[in-house]
Design a protein around this ligand. Sequence first.
Ligand code: B12
Length: 162
Amino acid sequence: MFMGVAPVCSCTHMVRTVVLGVIGSDAHVVGITILEQALSANGFDVVNLGVQNSQTEFVDAADEHDADAVLVSSLYGHAKQDCQGFHHEVAAAGLEDVTTYIGGNLAVGQDDFEETRQHFRELGFDRVFDSETDPEEAIEALRTDLDVRSSEAERESQTLTA
Ligand code: B12
């Protein structure tokens, strides 16, 4: 009689898929490489798109891989232009439930980061991180945001700091 095969893993939580990449013409690769390693070491399934991605490439990858989160990186100071309309593309693809973060050197020069954060939050990003961000901080935020997605009430009670 066929007895079946025991599951290899009896984990109670799902592996979360994260699409990660650098947007626009930006070629700074070190930050996302470190983020990829940290995320993978912490159990995330990471799709690293590398550098110089269009908005469409992020959205297509999120769709194709059924991503839980999209992490956009930008270092060269043109993130505002590169991210204009990004969330319209996300919505047009029916991916409004995908968590979106952006991080890096998001403006030119030394600006007031709270203003920068506010700008990107208004564009639609769930969290905005500066270039001093430790990968652990992003991982903690992802754990919080992706775990509470099962409960609308809990999600609304979260206080976002990034
Ligand atoms: C190395 C470097 C280069 C290399 C890149 C090599 C490569 N392939 O990666 C080269 C020489 C090619 C280069 C080119 C340019 N660069 Co450059 N570069 C740097 C430098 C010195 C280090 C970047 C780096 O690797 N840091 C180490 C990694 C680990 O840190 P990180 O990238 O900041 O990433 C961390 C965080 O930011 C954060 N993070 C990043 N993304 C995200 C995303 C999310 C979602 C989260 C949560 C966190 C997060 O987590 C990461 C890991 O801890 C910085 C100055 C600096 N000290 O940061 C300038 C810097 C980024 N470059 C700069 C500029 C202007 C340029 C050029 C435009 C110069 C020019 N006129 O040609 C070009 C752009 C070319 C292009 N098309 O991208 C400026 C940007 C200025 C701004 N934003 O206001 C900087 C800040 C230098 C400066 N002070 O002026 N650069």
